[in-house]
Design a protein around this ligand. Structure first.
Ligand code: AMP
Ligand code: GLY
Length: 427
């Protein structure tokens, strides 16, 4: 089977490793990919948002199945366009991708489907939002740009000053362009975060092994939010009872509620959760695989992933049983100096070759490129080092042993990835 994978991050490198394990794969193209994916398949220099170029490529190469990593092409309607040209593609249609494309729309659906989430109000002007804050006068509060903002559109504000600043960025400085011209203000949820991703064909929903992301830049969850500085799976905070609640009170009401609106949701659905006192609340839905959650969840999946993608597309997911390794995975992100703001580039990366044949380690490329026979940094998140072993504690050791072997100038990584899991195990 000829597959086109769209995206260029760690998530896509991880997916390409999994696709490459399938005996059904005959050729893998990655658009645009990174230095890691180029060792597995053929990178195609087409941007993830250049939908008509991707379509042209898929038609010319007679691609059997396209898999979409990032949200931007999904929200822009890549699935509708590919399907209308008779191509098979994994991901939700444009109308369903609105779940990630508009936070307000997602909140409205959650309200209609009775899905547990924080209370919210929406605003179209700076003045009305500010007026609401003054009246409410309760902090922390969460200010969110409605549209796609590369993970930067959310501010947890601990004072009126911080909340006002977030509103100014949206409405006055227009930092997020039109994505910030509608804003929602949400009540703050206490608790521990976890991510549950699921495969769905619009009828059946199969949750994947739970994971936990580490969004803040510094240890002990301090500092600005990033795309994710590390992750681990399984996530002990998600008990089997919570998993059941997520399926019965979140995923199925969502998929069925969308169906009632005439929207069939096919693909991957990601629930970002806040777990408080044994109850899960939805912080956000994403319409794709998480990054770096994919890097710790997908290596633990035993099934042939092409069988799963086909079953999603054919709406025969109920014929499949997901099987998981009884192990744990921990991913530590190595970042460039300056990330998540302006960051350094073109630093030489060394130490990866020695880790190649180590079964307990996956070195997942994100912001890397090859030039003159050297491996160079070219992104904020450069590499994800995944340790795989019998339990979280050993997987943490594996990951950090490997982290120490990889070098580039001003490499930065958190030192506490996975420690929250150990705390909840020991309680
Ligand atoms: P989002 O992009 O909506 O997932 O938000 C990014 C991060 O902001 C989340 O991972 C949470 O850490 C935090 N956050 C968002 N909404 C809330 C909320 N209602 N209560 C507490 N924290 C939140
Ligand atoms: N790890 C967060 C995300 O993929 O949105």
């Amino acid at each position: 089977m000829k597959i086109l994978l769209i995206g260029s991050g760690g998530r896509e490198h991880s997916l390409s490793i999994k696709l490459n394990e399938s005996p059904r794969l005959s050729k893998l193209f990655i658009a645009p990919g990174n230095a890691g994916t180029s060792e597995i398949g053929e990178n195609i220099p087409v941007k993830e948002t250049d939908i008509y170029k991707l379509l042209d490529f898929a038609q010319k190469e007679k691609i059997d199945l396209t898999i979409v990593g990032p949200e931007a092409p999904l929200v822009a309607g890549i699935v509708d366009i590919f399907v209308s040209h008779g191509l098979r593609i994994i991901g939700p249609y444009k109308n369903a991708a609105m779940l990630e494309g508009s936070k307000e729309w997602a909140k409205q659906i959650m309200k209609e489907c009775n899905i547990p989430t924080a209370k919210y109000e929406r605003f179209n002007t700076f003045e009305s939002a500010l007026h609401y804050l003054t009246r409410k006068n309760e902090y922390p509060v969460v200010v969110k740009a409605d549209g796609l903002a590369s993970g930067k559109g959310v501010t947890v504000a601990f004072s009126e000053k911080e909340a006002k600043h977030a509103l100014e960025r949206c409405f006055i400085q227009k930092v997020f362009d039109s994505a910030g011209l509608t804003v929602i203000i949400e009540d703050f949820l206490e608790g521990e975060e976890a991510s549950i991703l699921a495969f769905t064909d619009g009828e059946t929903v199969y949750p994947l092994a739970p994971a936990q992301d580490h969004k803040p830049l510094y240890d002990n969850d301090k500092g600005p939010n990033t795309g994710g500085m590390g992750a681990y799976s399984p996530a002990p905070v998600v008990t089997t009872e919570i998993e059941k609640i997520v399926l019965d009170q979140i995923f199925y009401p969502l998929i069925n509620g969308l169906k009632e609106k005439g929207i069939t949701y096919k693909g991957i659905i990601y629930a970002g959760l806040m777990i408080n006192d044994g109850k899960p609340y939805v912080v956000e839905f994403n319409v794709r695989f998480g990054d770096p959650e994919t890097q710790v969840v997908i290596p633990r999946l035993k099934n042939d992933i092409i069988d799963i993608f086909e079953a999603i597309e054919n709406q025969t997911l109920s014929n499949i049983t997901l099987e998981w390794e009884e192990n744990a995975a921990v991913c530590v992100i190595l970042a460039s100096k300056g990330y998540p703001e302006e960051y350094e580039k073109n630093k030489v990366i060394t130490g990866i070759r020695d880790l190649k044949n180590n079964k307990s380690i996956q070195v997942i490329h994100a912001g890397t490129k090859s030039a003159d026979n050297k491996l160079l940094t070219c992104g904020g998140r450069v590499i994800g080092v995944v340790g795989l072993d019998k339990d979280i504690e050993t997987a943490i050791s594996r990951a950090y042993e490997a982290v120490d072997k990889i070098t580039f100038e001003n490499k930065y990584n958190r030192l506490d990835i996975g420690s929250k899991a150990l705390n909840s195990i020991s309680i």
